[in-house]
Ligand binder design. Structure first.
Ligand code: GAR
Length: 198
């Protein structure tokens, strides 16, 4: 059984979908802990499912490195096989990425390498894109630049604003993320062998 730590910053709707999937009989992974970089609303989902959680508030540390060292320490307590960044709106310092690589994946609301960064949905709209998408990638030390594990296109509709478009992307993200976790757990997907088809 693959053990998974999930890191969030916000509402955690994708986290909740993963918790529900992992709760279903036969799913080959289990969530062992949920962590956040702030008092995120999404931590409630962990509580609902009886999963332990921790918070390492970014604002309380003098540097990204110090924050990362504390985060790394918390993660090590749980010894997860895989770390899922599910709306963690914070770049991990290289020390953390290097310690866990390639066992960290990230879900992103755009069709990478298009529109990386913190505002993937807003940037797609600003660019006038007629389609965007969702991607699940391996985390490396760049900004959303790691190998792509799964991605799917989502059309941009004429009346879309950031909220409506993001709400249409999220169900696609959830499906891709759950499938990636399942395939990592069964050994179908080898993170170490993932390469970037760009
Ligand atoms: C998701 O769309 C995720 O891809 C995005 O934040 C949202 C979190 O939603 N992450 C990024 O943009 C990272 N660059 P949720 O908290 O409701 O799951």
């Amino acid at each position: 059984m693959l053990s998974v730590a999930v890191l969030i910053s916000g509402a955690g709707s994708n986290l909740r979908a993963l918790l529900e999937a992992a709760d279903a009989p036969g799913f080959p992974a289990r969530i062992v802990v949920v962590g956040a970089d702030r008092e995120a609303d999404g931590l409630q989902h962990a509580e609902d499912f009886g999963i332990p959680s921790f918070t390492v508030p970014y604002a309380r540390f003098a540097s990204r490195e110090e924050w990362g060292a504390e985060l790394d320490g918390q993660l090590r307590v749980w010894r997860p096989d895989l770390i899922v960044l599910s709306g963690l709106m914070r770049l991990l310092p290289p020390s953390v990425v290097d310690a866990w690589s390639p066992r960290i994946v990230n879900t992103h609301p755009a069709y990478l390498p298009e529109f990386p960064g913190a505002h993937g949905v807003r940037d797609a709209l600003a660019a006038g894109a007629v389609q965007t998408g969702a991607s699940v990638i391996v985390v490396d030390n760049g900004v959303d630049s790691g190998p792509i594990l799964a991605q799917e296109r989502v059309p941009v509709l004429p009346d879309d604003d950031e909220h409506t478009l993001h709400e249409r992307i999220k169900p696609v993200e959830r499906r891709l993320l759950i499938d990636v976790v399942r395939r990592v757990a069964t050994g179908e997907l080898d993170l170490a062998g993932a390469s970037t088809p760009r």
